[in-house]
Design a protein around this ligand. Structure first.
Ligand SMILES: [Zn+2]
Length: 553
């Protein structure tokens, strides 16, 4: 059956349009061509940019098209063809939107991050423009596939016909690959992102990989860690050590004036006696990777989702040492970090002072901090997991008094705003976080007569704001731009803890490289925890502690 047969077999009968008949191979090829042509804008624009040799680009594109068509034909069997083609169309249409609009790459970590996203966060991505895109490029072609009547042959005839189409297509695909093997190998080796944007095979493959991995991860039990932990001794004053770890969200170091950004985005922190670490890299580019990695004793090089699940983390080790731990959640969950710790959720607090549409500003946590501090009984660590600067609805991340950089981009469809207004809005979220951190410090400082307080702030990852056409975060680490991996790290110590650290040494250390690898050991050091899993070299304060401090050194 020829391609023309689709239109030629649409007779009218008794006023109704009869369902057109189409051969299964033809339908598979038409669908494959549609997907290649209409859902691979990012793939082809990158391929065009990366290939110097346009003949090799042609061979690469044509070869891939043949191989993809062969794959689609392989599924063109009764009962399977329509669900598979529709799955491909819908996956491709949605993946194409996020790739084309935000420069996103749909790898396993991106899918994991999407899977843990709250409905209110996801709601910001489901915009009218996205729905229109899905209607035109996903629903409409899917309805067409549903509507047509597929003509199938009997099994043996179908096998013969399908192989007659598949074998030559595969041979052509291989021949195309061989003809430009050197160019293709060099481009795909240098530009690892290229093949990751091939739609819909990579997104579907990664989704399958995620489901299989999730299933395999289901029964993993966290092995005990640092069960020998104990606090070295009381502070010189006998006051309990209190550490607040603020786990930031989507704050990038590039937009912190503490790190040299041209705009004043840290007006409150700069007035406090803080130390800003300016060369800090994140473990991942998404919450689902960075947060469990930050709290684990695994370095970035050894971290994997499974390895993270298979071991206890910082909070458990602190617990083994007899320190009270608590996790306050105003984001998408603790990513299993607080599985064995007291957890309090703020994201659905419904407090009209701070909350709207199932999302709460981080002030909701600050509001409760005094009550928590009043009940301190002994050494304690509190984690505040911020909503921070989570996009794309940056304009909903702060109160009107922080709308200081204008004009703002007052929509989640940031592609419709000019870049400067997106940056303005993002910078306002940093102003708000600056205020949140200053509030934590002020509340801790106000109680120095009864506690020995400190605060660590580290963002989980950064954000792209349109640099090289990239938005949001979640790029594969190997190709991620610095905006997504260079994160702010702020340290504040109360007078007692500060007295045990050499100030000049700390200032020097703050200008050197640091990373999420340091959080686990720095927090243990600040809480004076002795354990075999503590590595002084990874504690950013270790080399700067004065010998008489009694803390780890
Ligand atoms: Zn995050």
């Amino acid at each position: 059956m020829s391609v023309n047969s689709l239109s030629s077999s649409v007779p009218r009968s008794s006023g109704r349009i009869a369902r057109p008949k189409i051969d299964s191979i033809t339908l598979a090829i038409l669908t494959a061509l549609y997907l290649i042509a209409f859902t691979n804008r990012t793939f082809f624009s990158r391929a065009f940019e990366y290939f110097d040799n346009h003949l090799a680009l042609l061979a690469f594109s044509f070869g891939l098209t043949c191989l993809f068509a062969a794959l689609a034909i392989a599924f063109s069997v009764k009962y399977l063809i329509k669900p598979v083609l529709i799955l491909m169309i819908l996956s491709a249409a949605s993946a194409a939107w996020f790739m084309d609009q935000f420069g996103a790459i749909i790898d396993v970590n991106m899918i994991r991050n999407a899977a843990i996203t709250t409905s209110s966060e996801a709601g910001h991505l489901i915009t009218p423009a996205f729905l229109l895109h899905m209607a035109v490029f996903g629903i409409l072609p899917s309805l067409l596939v549903c509507w047509v009547k597929v003509q199938h042959r009997n099994f043996l005839a179908k096998l013969r016909w399908n192989l007659t189409a598949i074998v030559p297509l595969v041979l052509i695909g291989i021949a195309c690959g061989i003809s430009s093997a050197r160019s293709i190998a060099s481009v795909t080796r240098i530009h690892k992102d290229l093949i990751l944007t091939f739609n819909p095979l990579l997104p579907i493959g990664n989704a399958v990989g995620f489901v299989l991995a999730s299933e395999a991860d289901r029964n993993i039990v966290a092995a005990p860690l640092g069960t020998d932990a104990k606090v070295a001794g009381p502070t010189p004053s006998g006051k309990p050590r209190v550490l607040v770890i603020v786990t930031g969200e989507t704050a990038r170091a590039e937009n912190f004036s503490l790190g040299g950004y041209g705009r004043e985005t840290n007006p409150e922190l700069k007035k406090r006696d803080i130390t800003y670490f300016s060369q800090v890299s994140s473990c991942g580019t998404a919450t689902a990777v960075s947060v469990p990695c930050m709290f684990s004793n695994l370095k970035r090089s050894g971290y994997s989702h499974r390895a993270g699940l298979a071991s206890e983390n910082l909070l458990d080790v602190l617990g083994h040492a007899g320190i009270t731990t608590e996790w306050w959640e105003n984001n998408t969950g603790s990513q299993n970090v607080a599985n064995r710790t007291v957890m309090r959720s703020f994201s659905n607090a419904n407090d009209p002072r701070f909350c709207k549409s199932n999302e709460c500003l981080d002030d909701a946590m600050i509001d409760q901090l005094d009550t928590w501090l009043s009940n301190i009984k002994g050494d304690s660590v509190l984690v505040l997991h911020q909503l921070g600067s989570h996009g794309p609805a940056y304009y909903q991340r702060y109160t009107p008094e922080f709308a200081r950089f204008t004009p703002e981009c007052s929509t989640a469809e940031i592609g419709n705003c000019d870049r400067q207004s997106v940056v303005n809005t993002y910078d306002n979220t940093i102003l708000y976080t600056d205020h949140i951190l200053a509030s934590v410090i002020d509340k801790l400082k106000a109680r120095e007569n009864s506690i020995d307080p400190a605060m660590i702030y580290m963002s989980d990852h950064g954000e792209s704001l349109g640099e090289n056409g990239l938005y949001l975060h979640g790029a594969p680490y190997i190709i991620a731009p610095s905006q997504q991996t260079h994160v702010p790290f702020v340290l504040w110590q109360g007078a007692e803890m500060k007295a045990s650290v050499d100030a000049g040494c700390l200032t020097k250390r703050a200008g050197e490289e640091a990373s999420h690898d340091n959080l686990f050991h720095t927090a243990l050091g600040m809480m004076a925890v002795k354990t075999s899993v503590y590595t002084p070299q990874l504690d950013v304060l270790s080399a700067c502690r004065t010998p008489a401090s009694g803390a780890n050194s």
